[in-house]
Ligand binder design. Structure first.
Ligand SMILES: [Zn+2]
Length: 159
């Protein structure tokens, strides 16, 4: 799935999360949530040289690519779980970071994995411990992805 479709999917997940789980919140909390949503939505593709995340952080991309292939561990459930545990029990607790910021990151990351899971290449959610793969029918950058993007934009506009 392309970077811009990942962003649209992340916005969709974020909007639905706000609808069902969050009441009133401040403007700055929403900005923080949105910023972390974007970071979470783009970060998994740091394992691919030609991606928005890799262009922003080439040194981090080179480091990740030294031990992981594209859609390897960065596209598994382990990275969001590890980041969640570190953030929840260290950063949120000791630096008083609001939970909502952490949720923005996790929702963005989860939306990325969900988006790649419906492509033909799919993801290996338990990599490197299992080769079990979840895949769909969508070709990355193909017509179906464009249609998904248009549907998401339409939903957000009429929402
Ligand atoms: Zn990806």
């Amino acid at each position: 799935m392309k970077g811009h479709t990942h962003l649209l999917l992340a916005v969709l997940f974020g909007v639905l999360y706000f609808d069902y789980f969050i009441g009133g919140t401040t403007f700055w909390m929403k900005i923080g949530f949105a910023a972390m949503l974007i970071v979470g939505a783009l970060l998994p593709d740091i394992d691919q040289e030609e991606s928005s995340a890799s262009h922003k952080s080439p040194w981090l991309s080179a480091l990740v690519r030294s031990f992981s292939k594209h859609r390897g561990i960065m596209h598994s459930i382990w990275i969001p779980i590890i980041i969640f545990l570190i953030a929840k029990f260290l950063i949120v607790k000791y630096f008083h970071l609001p939970d909502l910021i952490l949720m923005g990151f996790l929702i963005g990351y989860t939306s990325h994995l969900a988006g790649d899971a419906i492509t033909k290449k799919g993801i290996v959610p338990l990599s490197p411990f299992s080769k079990f793969r979840i895949r769909g029918l969508m070709k990355t950058g193909g017509l179906a992805e464009t249609i998904v993007g248009i549907l998401i934009i339409s939903f957000i506009i009429v929402h």
